[in-house]
Design a protein around this ligand. Structure first.
Ligand code: SF4
Ligand code: SF4
Length: 103
């Protein structure tokens, strides 16, 4: 099955790579990916010692100890346009992206 690709104005083909997963083990919660995503896909969250997510605002200086560490999460996956800006700026190589199959 063919993947979705786009023909750019100069005739070249571009295949969008859509966000699939963020490694919670590698992520340091730096927020860089959040800043470059213009599609409201990502959400910073805290993980509690029981593995539950606590949504946080980006730039939140919340110092209370409700959670073990901050990680980025995918809150609105269907908003993603596959630009890969998040993966390019991530210093820890947390991202997995895949092309989308044509229905
Ligand atoms: S690929 Fe682009 S649109 Fe999708 S989450 Fe990353 S920065 Fe946002
Ligand atoms: S840029 Fe990478 S390490 Fe930083 S919050 Fe995003 S996924 Fe985590």
């Amino acid at each position: 099955m063919a993947t979705i690709s786009i023909t750019m104005p100069d005739g070249r083909t571009w295949t969008p790579q859509f966000v699939q997963e963020i490694s919670q083990e590698k992520c340091i919660g730096c927020g860089r990916c959040f800043k470059v995503c213009g599609r409201d896909v990502l959400q910073l969250a805290g993980i509690t010692d029981e593995g539950e997510f606590v949504p946080l605002e980006a730039g939140d200086d919340d110092d209370d100890e409700e959670y073990e560490k901050k990680v980025m999460t995918i809150a609105n996956q269907m908003n993603c346009v596959g630009c890969e800006a998040c993966a390019k700026i991530c210093p820890k190589k947390c991202y997995t992206h895949t092309p989308m199959e044509n229905p």
